[in-house]
Design a protein around this ligand. Structure first.
Ligand code: HMG
Ligand code: MG
Length: 310
């Protein structure tokens, strides 16, 4: 890559000075892969992500191994990350069984994951919305009592493949209940990537939750993830989920494609002069390497553009 291939930095008023990137490539990115990715490759992926400057790297999930076979090696993966200092490794836990497995390995950050819609709650958790919140309640309490921090994910915040557009008031209601269980942070998921910026602003305005505890999690199905992110930043959000190389999808929502690519996000944030701590060259090299492991090119426009520069 040449120096000319970095964006010119020009700020835009009203945006945060820095953004915390919550990297989900190793979890959301890999959970839907058909071919099994060896544990050693996952560990190297995480090491390379950390080497590129990412400091919050969602590592894996402690879910039922039959539900997500790709992440069934959580117990084997976590010890391989112990040498990485100064990096946070949140993991997904749906229930007390998952939490106990994670805590036994010394995990300090967990995430429960609920749904704004009944259809996805059933498909993803085999529970109604009420039943899933009841399942999370002891998980959040026990995690906090153990000194772990808890992120609450809320999926289908904009549209649902079975139910269509999801009313903002419905999402705000479930968001409040999930957050009130004792979550430190709430990540708003556009699981199938159908949101547009006005919808993002409407939801953020409807939420009665401090904006510094809100993260956004956009899948990029319709190419809207970056515009939606900018709209969220303009509303004061400063935690953004993204997946290196644009990997990702949810096995229980067929129309879910990859997440917002971390490289596409960093290109925009570098251009806006917003600090992330991420080295775009090293991150792109990581995604090129991971694409080789998976045997197909990265869907990220920035990865493709920068890797063709070489
Ligand atoms: P279930 O079948 O209702 O489970 O699944 P159960 O509670 O009836 O338990 C059945 C058996 O599973 C029991 O064993 C449990 O011990 C065992 P048995 O007594 O029969 O021998 N079991 C477990 N084993 C290991 N680890 C566990 C565990 N839990 C139960 N944690 C369950 C319910 C929640 C477990 C299941 O539905 C599940 O694992 N779902 C996970 C689905 C998932 O991971 N989806 C992808 C992540 S969400 C996402 O991608 C969206 C997000 O990115 C945001 C966005 O984009 O919107 C976060
Ligand atoms: Mg997701």
């Amino acid at each position: 890559m040449t120096a000319a291939a970095l964006p010119m930095s020009l700020p835009l008023a009203g945006l945060p000075r820095s953004v915390l990137i919550h990297e989900v490539g190793a979890r959301d990115g890999l959970q839907n892969e058909k071919a099994t990715v060896p544990t050693a490759v996952k560990a190297e992926f995480v090491h390379r992500l950390a080497g590129a400057g990412l400091r919050t790297i969602e590592a894996t999930s402690f879910v039922h191994p039959k539900w997500v076979p790709q992440l069934a090696d959580a117990e084997q993966l976590m010890p391989l990350l112990e040498d990485l200092r100064g990096v946070r490794f949140p993991v997904l836990v749906p229930n007390e069984r998952g939490l106990d497995r994670a805590l036994a390995l010394g995990v300090r950050e967990v995430a429960v994951f609920g749904s704004a819609t009944e259809s996805f709650a059933k498909a993803n958790l085999n529970r109604t919305v009420d039943e899933s919140l009841a399942m999370f309640e002891p998980v959040v309490a026990k995690a906090r009592a153990s000194g772990a921090t808890v992120r609450g994910y809320l999926s289908m915040c904009f549209g649902d493949p079975w139910e269509g557009p999801v009313p903002v008031a419905q999402v705000a209601g479930v968001a409040r209940r999930l957050f009130d269980l004792g979550c430190d942070e709430l990540s708003l998921g556009d699981t199938i990537g159908v949101a547009t910026p006005g919808h993002v602003v409407a939801l953020l305005e409807a939420l009665d939750i401090p904006v510094d505890q809100i993260a956004v999690h956009f899948h990029d199905t319709y190419g809207q993830a970056l515009s939606n992110t900018l709209a969220a930043l303009q509303q004061g959000v400063s935690i953004v989920d993204a997946s290196a190389g644009g990997l990702g999808g949810c096995p229980y929502a067929k129309s879910a494609t990859g997440n917002l690519a971390t490289e596409d996000l960093v290109w925009m944030l570098d251009g806006l002069g917003i600090e992330t701590g991420v080295d775009l060259n090293r991150l792109t090299a990581t995604s090129v390497w991971m694409a080789e492991q998976l045997g197909r090119p990265s869907p990220s426009r920035t990865v493709r553009a920068l890797s063709h520069e070489e």
